[in-house]
Design a protein. Structure first.
Length: 155
């Protein structure tokens, strides 16, 4: 397999950093024992599981401290899809919000969650975009978009 560095040397450039990014050497070094030797289910009551759970709590604390959050307020997710589901569904849980505004070109994880919410009675407004990828003002009308702009938009 050719590494990204080797591809870059050949004039190829990786541009999908939204999907994934290289891991810094210090991160790789910190994770190596957990990937190669100490891998364990942190929800397991075994010694290895408890050790993994403790390491996750140390990591959580370090992230919270680095970005100035109160203890216990930061959560790790396994993917962007999980994070999006959690954030969007959580926005509509236990409150009076009844409308989600998104764009038709949004990631499938958002659109699928919007469809799920629609089945729960939430109104979904899917803004259409033009060939330039921008919201199509002609399709929606400026007045409708201004009204939507006064609401909280998720997506």
């Amino acid at each position: 397999m050719v590494s990204y560095r080797q591809q870059a040397a050949r004039g190829m450039i990786y541009l999908d950093y939204q999907a994934t990014t290289p891991v810094g050497p210090e991160v790789a070094a910190a994770m190596r024992p957990w990937i190669e030797e100490k891998f364990a289910n942190p929800h397991s009551p075994s010694r290895w599981g408890r050790e993994a759970a403790a390491a996750i709590e140390v990591a959580r604390s370090r992230v919270e401290q680095a970005i100035g959050l109160a203890g216990g307020s930061f959560a790790f997710t396994s993917s962007a899809t999980e994070a999006l589901n959690w954030a969007i569904k959580g926005t509509f849980e236990n409150n009076n919000r009844r409308k989600l505004v998104t764009v038709s070109t949004e990631h499938a994880a958002v659109l699928d969650t919007a469809e799920w919410l629609e089945g729960k009675g939430i109104e979904i407004v899917r803004l259409q975009v033009g060939s330039d990828g921008l919201v199509d003002l002609e399709h929606h009308g400026r007045d409708q978009l201004l009204a939507l702009g006064n609401q909280r938009i998720v997506g």
